[in-house]
Design a protein around this ligand. Structure first.
Ligand SMILES: [Zn+2]
Ligand SMILES: [Zn+2]
Length: 174
């Protein structure tokens, strides 16, 4: 395992690297790789490189956490995030074969470093779920008084009289 400091991004030197498997671990401040301040903890990055004469195959595992706003109750909560991605860095585009194009990046024989920061940033962002809930059973806010039902009870009646038609009927009767 090589632990590396990064003055400018997350880089792995591949020029002169021997063929075979190589392990790396990086810990990057979210701001260093362009993530918003709501990403609160360092991004831990485990990388395995498999270098051969024609390509460098990279497998990366990422973990971090971020602070998000619950879609239902609007409270801020912290969410642990973890994801993985693969890249085939090919010295020759023609050798892509059946590799999915989104996993291919072409490099030149004189490439000195692999620069991971942008991929790491994007895959962290992709790991954020579309629906953000502080907990699966979040009760949300009272639509009438705004009380947070996770922590408070309110006396608003939540029944059929909430439908706009019934409210209208009430208005007409009064
Ligand atoms: Zn919530
Ligand atoms: Zn209420």
């Amino acid at each position: 395992m090589n632990a590396k400091k990064r003055p400018d991004g997350i880089k792995i030197r591949i020029s002169g690297l021997s063929n075979g498997l190589h392990d790396y671990h990086f810990s990057a401040e979210p701001s260093e790789i362009g993530l918003e301040p709501n990403f609160a903890t360092p991004v831990e990055i485990d990388v395995v490189l498999d270098k051969s004469t024609r390509q460098v195959y990279l497998k990366a595992s990422l973990s971090t956490s971020g602070k998000f706003i619950c879609d239902r109750c609007t409270d801020e909560f912290e969410l642990a995030l973890a994801t993985k991605y693969n890249v085939f860095y090919l010295y020759d585009e023609g050798s892509a074969g059946s590799i999915p194009p989104e996993e291919v990046q072409v490099i030149t024989p004189d490439t000195v470093h692999l620069e991971l920061s942008e991929d790491v940033r994007q895959f962290v962002l992709l790991s954020v779920p579309l629906k953000l809930l502080c907990r699966e059973e979040c009760k949300g806010l009272c639509p009438r008084c705004g009380a947070n039902w996770n922590t408070a009870h309110c006396n608003c009646k939540q029944d059929a009289s909430d439908s706009p038609w019934q409210s209208l009927e009430k208005l007409l009767k009064n």
